[in-house]
Design a protein around this ligand. Structure first.
Ligand code: RAT
Ligand code: ZN
Length: 418
């Protein structure tokens, strides 16, 4: 059906976005059968580390004291400072309100206990269903950490995710703290030598393969500092060159790099104490140029890296860029970056992931993204229509399906190995 008016375009875009099932390609959620490590409910929503960073600006409290408080008390402090004493205009604070509203809880009461009562009657499993339905998310991709004792135990017990939850092998300690990780690997029975030699490489690879076997991950992932360089004669450079690249290539899974986080610039704030820095994109350029048979999923944290990242994706089809990550996930930046990506890459990218740490955040993260994307896409299709080109409902639906769902799965299926 050819669309002949701007209003027609807008309605079609809105409807297509609402109707499209989403694959959420990076979250910190877990399949409900993984138990307590899946975070959910209003106290978890309020104590999200994005909000911890914000509350610290409005209190003189020693952060150590904050961390000693019960979760419930922390939530009450955040509620008081960011929602009662001030208007919750920040993205993370507004997110709580959007979540309540979309989940059918009237934020109007402005009363934390009423919200708590609403959550009290629910179960994690039912809440997973409700959230996925509300956000129209059909597939959730987890972040699975083989270095986390609690999570290791769950996998070792034989627990496996339900069908619509998918694993990702996250390996930060291996790349960012090899000296300590080495000890751990030895404890777990891997013969890691002091020097970097054939035996060590084989054993690190055995560790990776063991976890690929256990988790059946969709991709292998790491977050990296702005100082990330490649190639590099360093632990990280060697592990990437000799282990990550060959193993991901062998299994035909992407290596996901999340670049630009400067960890713990304020260690007192723990997760809320991480910062951002502009990275040198030459590291990625080198990785891509030298490893044409590997697949790379990449997101960057600094706004200043976004343009060169999008241009790089024009050069290398084995690079799939994804999401507006963490400090980038603000409407003003999502708007600008998505426009730029469309202008440089057509729809050959994955515009967003939720990064939800608390189940119900899926609802607001996607609601806010959808709102921005509706405007951006309407404008882009209207620009095309105004040239006289016939824009159809089917074209729009196809593009939106690609960005929200298919680009990811198609990229996983692609095989660049010669
Ligand atoms: O966005 C976040 O919640 C961060 O704390 C990180 O988890 C980041 O997304 C990551 O995956 O490292
Ligand atoms: Zn994340």
């Amino acid at each position: 059906m050819i669309l002949t008016t701007e209003k027609g375009i807008r309605n079609t875009v809105e409807e297509a976005i609402e109707n499209q099932e989403i694959t959420d390609i990076h979250t910190h959620l877990f399949s409900p059968n993984f138990g307590d490590i899946l975070l959910w409910d209003i106290d978890e929503l309020l104590t999200y580390h994005y909000l911890v960073a914000e509350v610290m600006r409005w209190t003189d409290m020693d952060p150590a004291l904050f961390w000693r408080m019960e979760k419930k008390e922390q939530a009450e402090l955040i509620w008081q400072k960011l929602f009662v004493e001030r208007t919750p205009v920040s993205e993370a604070a507004r997110g709580v309100l959007t979540t309540l509203k979309e989940m059918g809880i009237d934020p109007k009461t402005k009363n934390l206990d009423t919200y708590r009562a609403e959550f009290a009657g629910r179960t994690a499993a039912a809440q997973v269903g409700a959230v996925m339905k509300q956000a129209n998310v059909s597939n959730i991709v987890m972040t699975n950490d083989p270095f986390d004792e609690q999570e290791r135990a769950i996998w070792f017990e034989g627990t496996r995710p339900q069908d619509d939850f998918h694993a990702v092998l996250r390996i930060d300690p291996l790349l960012n703290d090899f000296q300590n990780t080495k000890e751990k690997l030895r404890e777990w029975g891997y013969d890691i030598q002091d020097e970097w030699n054939g035996r060590t490489i084989k054993e690190v690879n055995r560790f990776l393969e063991d976890w690929i076997d256990i988790m059946n991950p969709l991709y292998m992932a790491v977050s990296l500092p702005p100082s990330f360089a490649y190639p590099e004669e360093s632990d990280r450079g060697r592990v990437i060159r000799d282990c990550i690249l060959p193993v991901t290539k062998k299994h035909n899974i992407p290596f996901a790099l999340m670049i630009g986080v400067k960890k713990r610039v304020n260690p007192d704030l723990i997760d809320a104490g991480d910062f951002v820095g502009k990275a040198d994109i030459r590291a990625l350029e080198n990785l891509l140029a030298e490893n044409q048979e590997n697949k790379f999923l990449v997101t960057m944290l600094s706004r200043e890296n976004q343009h060169e990242l999008a241009v790089l994706a024009r050069k290398f089809r084995h690079l799939m860029i994804f999401g507006c990550w963490w400090f980038m996930n603000n409407p003003v930046i999502v708007n600008e970056v998505t426009r730029m990506r469309l202008e440089l890459l057509n729809t050959s990218f994955i515009p967003q992931h939720s990064d939800a740490r608390v189940l119900e955040q899926v609802v607001y993260k996607w609601r806010h993204t959808k709102t921005v994307l509706k405007d951006v896409l309407t404008e882009k299709y209207e620009d095309v229509r105004s040239t006289g080109w016939p824009v159809t409902k089917e074209d729009i639906e196809k593009d939106i399906a690609a960005m929200f769902h298919e680009n990811f799965w198609n990229f996983l299926d692609k095989d660049f190995r010669k």
